[in-house]
Design a binder for this molecule. Sequence first.
Ligand code: PLP
Length: 363
Amino acid sequence: MIIAADASPGHGARLTIDLAAIVANWRSLAAHAPQTECGAVVKADAYGCGLAAVAPALWRAGCRTFFVAHLSEGIAARAALPEAALYVLNGLPPGSAETFCAHRLRPVLGDAQELAEWADATQGAWPAALHVDTGMNRLGLSVAEALALAGDPVIARAGIDLVMSHLVSAELPGDPLNARQAADFARVRAAFPHMRASLANSAGTCLASGARHDLLRPGYSLFGGNPEPGKPNPMRPVVRLEATILQVRDVEAGATCGYNARWQAPAPRRLATLSLGYADGYPRSASNSGHALVGGMPCPIVGLISMDLIILDVTGAPQARRGGKATLIGDALDIDTVGQAAGTIGYEILTGLGSRYVRSYVE
Ligand SMILES: *Cc1c(COP(=O)(O)O)cnc(C)c1O
């Protein structure tokens, strides 16, 4: 079934998001660690896939705990998830405790001031998480600060029910930082014996070490990203991006294309112009390095990507024709491959997915 499909013609590109694949990915991560609750990180509008559609699909599959980054995302998530446990990773902005309570959101408290402000405002009446920084030096109390708070009445007054930390290099299993962070986090956890603990993101879920604890926090892998770079991707692809071919032309050897003539035909070539550009969220840094698929054939992106247009060399794809389709993401072009071709990571490709597309959800 296709829901929320906007069939209006005249859009440049179509984004199809497979909700069944997101659910299957969540189930497979949950099955990977059956003793552990599997939550879902749905920050940044569910990694660009659309919180309003994704969150209820995960809830129906049995997911009960969700994480977002900002308070505003928490409010949006609450509208989609009336009963879920919702944690806000970026903590408690000054003076916002009332808003958190009004929407039954749980801040992930990351320093003594946040902890004190939340404790004073709620007096233990509403849960929150404690973020301990075990190596990122980004958000959270230091390990020493956290250990010093064990047994302090402020922990109960702040309603802390979850202690968490975040891995620096989980996708690099050989990095000694993983073992150091796991050991530090185990010490923190032992100091808060009555609390649940959470350490693992997508890649951490796949680590052999004791990173799983009580609650998993996968994001990227739910949306088809490979949690173990360098190994075959065990996740189902979620996102498909297809653009219309506007024109096909033949050019002579020596012809150039696009702004600043950054590509020159080494021989006679056939070029196709696609109705999609960097204003749609496709990264300009994939100029002269990315690919699209036409009739299953990989066709290089040639020249600089424009705001609304991309030029492909379709010499090897005899099916290329006006009104036809090119696949920018999908099939052999998974989000990790697309990110790599653009000199970035698949996360940035996903979270940059534009609002100009016709979006369809497949269930
Ligand atoms: C974004 C985030 C996650 C999810 O990470 P993925 O690599 O996308 O699985 C988990 N925990 C925290 C604290 C995060 O910021």
